[in-house]
Design a binder for this molecule. Structure first.
Ligand SMILES: Nc1ncnc2c1ncn2[C@@H]1O[C@H](COP(=O)(O)OP(=O)(O)OP(=O)(O)O)[C@@H](O)[C@H]1O
Ligand SMILES: O=C(O)C1=C[C@@H](O)[C@@H](O)[C@H](O)C1
Ligand SMILES: [Mg+2]
Length: 177
């Protein structure tokens, strides 16, 4: 197994949900950057956005990513916007296997229907917001991914199994060549 697996992708792609199950399958630890940041700050991500703005959140996110992305034996679910900074992308690509959970705006909308927390979803037209974010970010996710796994309409456990299989194939392929 790789030393570290970094999950990237947009809100609702399953980084947190699938990531936890993937770690169990691979016998690795699991951490979630948003949850860890919340635990350390003692407040929700939305409150950090409110008090410090998105730029304040991004600074905290980068500092924590730098720390956590050095740990061994870890599946790390990153935040949806963690890849926006070139420095963060460098940390991810140099330190572990980067897996992009690619999804559709339709699926995101369904999965996040009941969410009231995510600050970037506080928009009158969620479809439009998610579409804009996808147009801006999909090329960035693709640019730093070692593996792209489409998160279609399969359950989180099936998705975790799928990602684990793709990681094993990727590693086997790398050893042969
Ligand atoms: N493959 C899937 N099939 C069905 N539901 C899913 C799937 N993946 C995730 N979900 C559901 O979608 C919701 C959002 O997923 P999750 O919180 O894991 O996304 P995320 O990528 O961590 O988002 P964020 O970047 O905002 O943290 C959860 O309720 C989760 O159960
Ligand atoms: O897509 C984003 O920029 C974000 C996604 C979440 O994981 C959180 O990191 C936060 O809500 C910002
Ligand atoms: Mg998450």
């Amino acid at each position: 197994m790789p030393e570290r697996v970094f999950l990237i992708g947009p809100m609702g792609s399953g980084k947190t949900t699938v990531g936890r199950q993937l770690a169990r399958r691979l016998g690795m630890d699991f951490l979630d950057l948003d949850l860890e940041l919340q635990a350390r700050c003692g407040v929700e991500v939305a409150v950090i956005f409110e008090i410090e703005g998105e730029s304040g959140f991004r600074q905290r996110e980068s500092a924590l990513l730098d720390e956590l992305s050095r740990r061994d034996g870890l599946v790390l679910a990153t935040g949806g916007g963690s890849v926006l900074s070139a420095e963060n992308r460098r940390m991810l690509t140099e330190r572990g296997l980067v897996v992009y959970l690619q999804t559709s705006v339709d699926q995101q909308l369904k999965r996040l229907e009941r969410d009231k927390q995510r600050p970037l979803l506080q928009a009158p037209d969620r479809r439009q917001r998610l579409t804009e974010l996808a147009e801006q970010r999909d090329p960035i996710y693709l640019s730093c991914a070692d593996l792209v796994v489409r998160s279609s309409s399969i359950s989180p456990p099936a998705m975790a199994a799928n990602v684990a299989r793709r990681i094993r194939q990727h590693i086997d392929g790398a050893q042969v060549s």
